[in-house]
Design a protein around this ligand. Structure first.
Ligand SMILES: Cc1cc2nc3c(=O)[nH]c(=O)nc-3n(C[C@H](O)[C@H](O)[C@H](O)COP(=O)(O)O)c2cc1C
Length: 267
């Protein structure tokens, strides 16, 4: 089974430190993480005790991985894409993570990574081993955001224009990759990604909600779309295909509030 489909956020850890091998593995994955825009995303491990790092939603965490990026065009989608590549590789190795963009003492994290004026550190994640049982708080939180629920394919993916159902041919060709997109994580499980397929071009849009753009994070929902794009590209490449970022914005009728993020040529 595709491991992207059964990934879950982990907020309850068993209190063990990462083994040296696992830390070296993650360090390597983080150092070599790439995104289609070629924007460097800079990861570092942080010891919670040394820097006074806290997140009220977590239990048993012993180490964090934080990432910062320069505030350049496309930084949000690039950040989401690179960070999620690390999240998925960690999950495949049995290491738990959860994207944290809000519930943390942000100032301490930003000081710990030595954030410069032109940089942002939108999110962090604990890295560790999942406990056998979720804390009560985590269980309640998951219910609150309906974390095990996703929109149906017909609500997020369309053919040639927004609202027109996918053709049988596209559903067949892109079905697995779009399923991987559906199960991507997003802030408050809002799933703001929308996709329009037109021949071999696949366009990604953000359908924004209010309250997700802040100076300290950029547009969190654009980060969500970057995460979704990683899931898509990874699933296509696992199936032997490839995705190339198109330089131009395709002329596709969509609602005015949708924001174009990127389009891929799929081979
Ligand atoms: C950009 C981003 C920011 C997030 N910020 C937080 C956060 O601050 N606190 C938290 O508990 N979960 C946070 N999450 C986790 C989401 O709530 C979670 O991914 C979603 O509910 C779906 O659950 P799942 O990841 O288990 O599929 C964030 C997720 C993303 C992608």
């Amino acid at each position: 089974m595709n491991r992207m489909l059964n990934r879950k956020s982990v907020r309850t850890y068993d209190g063990r430190m990462l083994t040296e091998e696992d830390r070296a593995f993650l360090s390597d994955v983080a150092k070599t993480a790439e995104n289609p825009w070629g924007i460097p995303v800079d990861f570092c491990f942080l010891d919670p005790k040394e820097h006074g790092l806290k997140s009220p939603v977590l239990n048993g965490e012993t180490l964090y991985l934080a990432a910062k990026v320069r505030r350049v065009p496309h930084f949000e989608e690039a950040y989401g894409y690179s960070f999620e590549s690390v999240v998925i590789r960690a999950w495949e190795r049995g290491i738990g993570t959860v994207w944290i963009g809000g519930t943390m003492n942000r100032e301490n994290f930003e000081n710990a990574v030595g954030l410069k004026a032109d940089e942002v550190m939108p999110c962090v994640t604990p890295v560790g081993y999942p406990a056998d049982k979720r804390s009560l708080r985590e269980t309640v939180m998951r219910k609150g955001v309906r974390a095990d629920w996703r929109y149906g394919l017909g609500e997020i993916a369309f053919e040639d224009e927004a609202g027109k159902p996918l053709s049988a041919a596209s559903a067949e060709k892109y079905g697995e990759a779009l399923e991987a997109v559906r199960w991507a994580p997003s802030a408050v499980n809002k799933q703001p990604w929308r996709i329009v397929v037109s021949g071999d071009t696949v366009c990604f849009y953000e359908k924004p909600d209010t309250g997700y753009v802040r100076d300290a994070t950029g547009d969190l929902q654009r980060i969500d779309v970057g995460i979704a794009m990683y899931h898509f590209v990874r699933a296509v490449s696992d199936g032997g295909g490839s995705c190339i970022l198109t330089p131009e914005k395709p002329e596709i009728p969509v609602p005015v509030e949708w924001k174009f993020v990127a389009a891929f040529q799929v081979r």
